[in-house]
Design a protein around this ligand. Structure first.
Ligand SMILES: O=C1O[C@H](COP(=O)(O)O)[C@@H](O)[C@H](O)[C@H]1O
Length: 223
């Protein structure tokens, strides 16, 4: 893990967007196509606002969420909604998107088809991750039922998570999919999350799921 500290959130967002654009460009040069998984929640919006203007071959980029709340896209809580509104716009409108939510489908029934779609993208070029103050990343929450399986290297590409702390079921990319991204960027803001990350470094992934993606991860922090 490499820790990058910034004077403010705006500088962080510009810098992380530039680094991700560089990661994608390099991957596209070598492989012709690239897949990126991005966090939802409250943190990545300003990074999306900068990244969507990057000059790169977006038509060969596939974007997916690191995790999705099992709600329709017109819900304020939908990560897909955030990604469509803030990332898949400007130059990045040419990218393809792999949505996880399926109307009228039980999330457990979606695991097989979604895992296959994620597998079709080969491994991720980039993972842009967030973390909660409880040390969850994507929707891998500490203590949630099914976490052990989702942390296993043999797990399907996606798993259903039903954290007690959350109002809806979640679909999450599993730990090995996130961890195997060629470039991993974790973005956290504020003192509480910095302390949570310090604590996570002393705990196993079952108690601090963020641990499962920290090797060779670029952590970006601003107050
Ligand atoms: O629920 C989620 O939480 C994490 C962290 O969100 P934040 O609002 O504290 O930035 C996020 O990375 C994840 O994608 C999201 O579904």
């Amino acid at each position: 893990m490499n820790f990058n500290e910034y004077p403010d959130r705006e500088m962080l967002s510009i810098s992380v967007a530039n680094r991700i654009a560089g990661d994608l460009k390099n991957h596209l040069l070598r492989n012709g196509r690239a897949a990126i998984a991005v966090a939802g929640g409250t943190t990545p919006g300003p990074i999306f606002d900068d990244l969507c203007a990057a000059e790169l071959d977006w038509k060969n980029v596939c974007v997916m969420a690191s995790d999705e709340r099992w709600v329709p896209e017109d819900s304020e809580r939908s990560n897909a909604r955030l990604i469509r509104n803030r990332l898949l716009t400007n130059r990045a409108a040419d990218a393809s998107f792999l949505p996880f939510y399926m109307e009228g489908v039980d999330p457990d029934a979606a695991v097989g088809p979604l895992s296959e779609k994620v597998r079709d993208q080969c491994s991720l070029a980039v993972a842009l991750l967030g973390m909660g103050a409880d040390m969850h990343t994507a929707s891998l929450f500490p203590g949630v039922s099914g976490l052990r399986e989702a942390l296993s290297p043999d797990a399907p590409e996606v798993a259903v998570m039903r954290p007690d702390s959350q109002p809806e079921a979640r679909i999450s990319l599993t730990a090995h999919v996130l961890d195997s991204a060629m470039a991993k960027h974790l973005v956290i803001f504020g003192e509480e999350k910095r302390e949570a990350l310090d604590r996570a470094l002393t705990l196993p992934p079952e108690e601090a799921p963020i641990q499962s993606v920290l090797s060779e991860c670029q952590v970006h922090w601003a107050m």
